[in-house]
Design a protein around this ligand. Structure first.
Ligand code: GTP
Ligand code: MG
Length: 400
C-alpha cells in the first residue's frame, strides 16, 4: 500500500516538473504588447495583420471558463507600434521628355470615342450625307466645338472626294493631318519660367475650385526640379489652411520651399512675399497657387487681379496658367472666358483628360481664348502632368 502511495507521489512530482519545464520554455517567448486599458467595447474587432498571433498567447493568466468572453465580447486589441516619423527622402521626378507618349494610354476614352469613331465612319464604303452627319456628331460629342467641327468636316469631305478610292492608311493619314491642323502646330507651348539676372521666373496658377490648381502647381514644381531648376512655392490660397499644407507637401517631396501666410490672410501679400523670398534665395522659379474660392465678399476675379498687380510690383509675371477640368467640357469654357478677362492668361492646363472622352476640348478652348494648351493632366500620380505635344496627342487619339 505504502509502495503504491509512494509511486503515485513520485508520478505526480515528475508530471509537475515536466509541466513546469514546458510552461517555462513557453515563457521564454517574447511577451505580446500590453492591451490598452480599458478595452473599447464599441470598437469593431481588430483586423488581423500579417505577423499577428493566430491564437491567444498561452502564457497569459489562466482564466476560468466563466471569465472567458463569448465570441461577441470585446475583441483582443493588438496595439501596433506607433510609426516612427522620419523626414521623407527627396524624390527624383521622372524626366519630362516624352511624357505624353508614356501616358498616351490614359487618353483611351477619347481615343475610342473620337479617333476610332471617326476612322470607322470614314471607312464606310459610301460616305453619304448621313455618315457625314454622324462624323459631325462624333466631333461635337467630343467637345471639339461647333465652328471647328464644321471646318473639319468641310475639309475632310473635300479631300475624300479628291482622293477617290481610299485605303485605311490613306484615311488615317488624312484624319491625322486634319486633326493636327485643328489642334495647331505653330503655337509656342513652352511654359515660360526662364529666370533673369535679378529675378526668378514667376508663374501664377488660376482657375475655379477643384479643377486641379494645387495638384498642377505641385506637379509643375516636379517638372521644373526634374529639369534642374530650383523652385519656391507661394501658397496664395488662404481660403483654408489645408490648401497651404497640400502645396507644402508637394514642395517637400522635391525639396522646394513653400511660402505661406496666415489662414484667411491676404493672398496678394503671400504672393508678394513668395516672389521676394524667391529673389532672396536666388531661386530659378516661383510658382504661385491661388484660390478657387474666397473668404471675403470681394469677387474672386477682383482678388486675382489684385494678386497679379501686387506681384508685378516685383516684376511682370512670366506665365499665367489657367487650369481647366476637361471633364466639365463646355462649362469650363464659360469660366475660362471670365478668367481671361481679368488676368492675362498665357497658357492653359487641361486636367483630368484621363477621365473623359471629350479630348476635343483642347481644340475648343484654344479657339475660345486664343491661348495654347501648354500642359495636360493625365492622372492623379505625381508625374502625370505632361507638356502638350500636338503630334503625340493626335497620334494617341487615332491609335497606332
Ligand atoms: N484623374 C485626374 N485627377 C486629377 C488631375 N489633376 C487633378 N486631379 C484631382 O483633382 C482633385 C482636385 O485637385 P486640386 O489640385 O486640389 O484642385 P484645386 O483647383 O487646387 O482645388 P481648390 O484648391 O479647392 O480650388 C484632386 O483629387 C486631384 O488629385 C488629373 O489630371 N487627372
Ligand atoms: Mg487648391
Amino acid at each position: 500500500m505504502e509502495i503504491v502511495i509512494l509511486a503515485v507521489v513520485i508520478a505526480v512530482v515528475v508530471i509537475g516538473v515536466l509541466g513546469g519545464l514546458i510552461v517555462g520554455s513557453r515563457r521564454k517567448r517574447p511577451l505580446p504588447p500590453a492591451p490598452p486599458t480599458p478595452p473599447d467595447i464599441t470598437a469593431p474587432p481588430a483586423e488581423p495583420h500579417v505577423g499577428d498571433e493566430a491564437e491567444t498567447p498561452r502564457d497569459e493568466e489562466r482564466r476560468t471558463i466563466e471569465e472567458v468572453d463569448l465570441p461577441d465580447g470585446p475583441a483582443v486589441v493588438v496595439v501596433e507600434e506607433p510609426p516612427t516619423v522620419e523626414a521623407p527622402p527627396i524624390e527624383i521626378p521622372e524626366p519630362t521628355a516624352g511624357r505624353l507618349i508614356r501616358l498616351r494610354t490614359r487618353l483611351s476614352r477619347s481615343q475610342n470615342a473620337l479617333g476610332k469613331g471617326l476612322l470607322t465612319l470614314l471607312s464606310r464604303e459610301h460616305l453619304d450625307d448621313e455618315t457625314w452627319e454622324e462624323i459631325e456628331d462624333t466631333l461635337l460629342t467630343a467637345d471639339v466645338g461647333v465652328q471647328p467641327t464644321q471646318e473639319l468636316v468641310e475639309r475632310l469631305r473635300e479631300r475624300v472626294k479628291v482622293l477617290g478610292t481610299r485605303t485605311p492608311e490613306e484615311l488615317r493619314a488624312l484624319l491625322r493631318d486634319e486633326l493636327l491642323q485643328l489642334v495647331g502646330t505653330s503655337m509656342d507651348r513652352t511654359v515660360r519660367t526662364e529666370p533673369e539676372t535679378s529675378k526668378p521666373g514667376i508663374v501664377m496658377v488660376v482657375g475655379v475650385n477643384g479643377t486641379g490648381k494645387t495638384t498642377t502647381t505641385g506637379k509643375l514644381a516636379r517638372v521644373l526640379v526634374a529639369d534642374g531648376r530650383t523652385v519656391v512655392l507661394g501658397a496664395a490660397d488662404t481660403f483654408r489652411a489645408a490648401a497651404a499644407d497640400q502645396l507644402q507637401t508637394w514642395g517637400e517631396r522635391v525639396g522646394a520651399h513653400t511660402v505661406r501666410g496666415p489662414e484667411a490672410g491676404d493672398p496678394a501679400s503671400v504672393a508678394f512675399d513668395a516672389v521676394k523670398e524667391g529673389k532672396e534665395m536666388g531661386a530659378d522659379v516661383v510658382l504661385i497657387d491661388t484660390a478657387g474660392r474666397l473668404h471675403t465678399k470681394t469677387g474672386l476675379m477682383d482678388e486675382l487681379g489684385k494678386v497679379k498687380r501686387v506681384v508685378e510690383k516685383h516684376a511682370p509675371l512670366d506665365e499665367v496658367l489657367l487650369v481647366l477640368d476637361a471633364t466639365t467640357g463646355q462649362n469650363g469654357l464659360v469660366q475660362a472666358r471670365v478668367f481671361a478677362e481679368v488676368v492675362d492668361i498665357s497658357g492653359i492646363v487641361l486636367t483630368k483628360l484621363d477621365g473623359t472622352a471629350k479630348g476635343g476640348i483642347v481644340v475648343a478652348v484654344q479657339r475660345e481664348l486664343g491661348v495654347p494648351v501648354k500642359l495636360v493632366g493625365l492622372g492623379e500620380g505625381a508625374d502625370d502632368l505632361a507638356p502638350f505635344e500636338p503630334e503625340a496627342f493626335v497620334d494617341a487619339l487615332i491609335g497606332d
